[in-house]
Write a protein that binds this ligand. Structure first.
Ligand SMILES: Nc1ncnc2c1ncn2[C@@H]1O[C@H](COP(=O)(O)OP(=O)(O)OP(=O)(O)O)[C@@H](O)[C@H]1O
Length: 341
């Protein structure tokens, strides 16, 4: 468990002071993937660098599994840092070293024997899917492969925590997905706690269990990813949710609506968690004397289950339509009648 208490970082320039991180408190459970999202300048990079003291806090504490990182002397901090791996947006690889030499680097620093380094490096190369690339130089790798080297290197000393500083921001969408899948895989396989910062909500949606939204150095909203997606409170959070879900008004245009209300009912079904599957629709079609036409759907998968909405047109006898709606509601899916012809 990681406990961050009243953490602040003030940058002083000649003319003024800037509070990049402002009295920030957070608890992160062991084994979870915790995301921090915010726009540029919100203080995310400063925050994540305070966790391993790449940046020294002005005040406040960071505790990892009961040990206060902020109180450690330099030498003890160097040892403790082996428990905290980090990956970066631009990979930060050593360009004159091969893949295996890059991954071996933190093991050499930690004083691991040559024989053990050899075994561990091969293990890591296999884990991140780089088998066969051992002798390649970073310049011979794609962006996704470079980040895989970064991940292997960060895991070399078997850390308890992995910090990810915009780890997929330099990658194309497909490569991003494969790196996110790798992070989920190592989170599950190794029970590793992952803290990531990003400005992209789909990264949060795809892999995080919990999320904190940062603005002007502060956490303005936080919680379980599904809860934040379904009930965003602050304007900044709503904007981030729109990155993935679109604006609520974009979901169904008036034209589409008019096109479909001439006959039957237009229903909006809201799915939260594991109920979000098409089985309900086929159940309704099978057991009730109604016809169903799916107009539009926007359902996303998260680590906590799927959520989203589905618009459909239902035609039939009024009592059959009502019974069908009642059945859908009994499954915990919310039903709203938004138009009827
Ligand atoms: N070394 C520094 N000296 C002075 N000001 C700094 C320093 N590092 C960051 N800042 C300022 O602190 C604020 C937060 O920056 P930070 O990089 O943490 O934000 P961010 O959310 O990570 O944004 P980005 O994604 O653009 O890096 C910004 O106003 C930035 O200009």
């Amino acid at each position: 468990m990681i406990v961050i208490d009243q953490l602040s970082k003030i940058f002083k320039t000649n003319e003024h002071e800037l509070k990049a991180v402002d009295d920030l408190s957070l608890s992160i459970e062991k084994g979870e993937i915790f995301g921090v999202i915010g726009y540029s300048g919100a203080g995310k990079s400063t925050f994540i660098r305070l966790i391993n003291r790449l940046e020294e806090p002005t005040s406040g504490t960071v505790e990892i599994e009961g040990q206060n990182i902020t109180g450690l002397a330099r030498h003890d901090l160097r040892v403790k840092r082996q428990e905290i791996g980090m990956i970066f947006q631009h990979f930060n690889l050593l360009w004159s070293r091969t893949v295996e030499e890059n991954i071996a680097f933190p093991l050499e620093i930690a004083g691991t024997s040559k024989a053990n380094i050899k075994v561990r490096v091969q293990e890591l190369i296999d884990l991140v899917g780089l088998t066969g690339k051992e002798k390649n130089y970073p310049s011979q790798l794609s962006g996704g492969q470079k980040q895989r080297v970064g991940i292997a290197r960060a895991l070399a000393n078997k850390p308890k925590v992995l910090l990810c500083d915009e780890a997929t921001s330099a990658l194309d969408p497909e490569t991003t997905d494969s790196i996110l899948a790798l992070l989920v895989d190592i989170n599950e396989k190794l029970g590793l706690t992952i803290i990531l910062i990003t400005h992209e909500m789909h990264v949060i949606q795809k892999i995080c269990h919990n999320v904190a939204v940062m603005e002007a150095g502060r956490i303005v909203e936080q919680g379980n990813v599904l809860e934040v997606f379904t009930h965003p409170k602050k304007p900044v959070t709503k904007k981030f949710v729109e990155q993935v879900m679109g604006k609520p008004n974009d979901e169904l245009t008036d034209d589409l609506l008019i096109e479909h209300i001439s006959d039957g009912h237009v229903l909006k079904l809201t799915f939260v968690k594991e109920t979000a599957n098409q089985a309900i629709i086929s159940e309704v079609a099978k057991h009730y004397d109604v016809d169903i036409n799916i107009i539009q759907g926007n359902i996303k998968q998260t680590q906590e289950g799927a959520y989203g909405s589905l618009y459909l047109q239902m035609t039939g006898d009024l009592s059959a339509v009502e019974q069908a709606m009642q059945f859908i509601r009994s499954t915990s899916v919310d039903v709203e009648v938004i138009a009827h012809g």
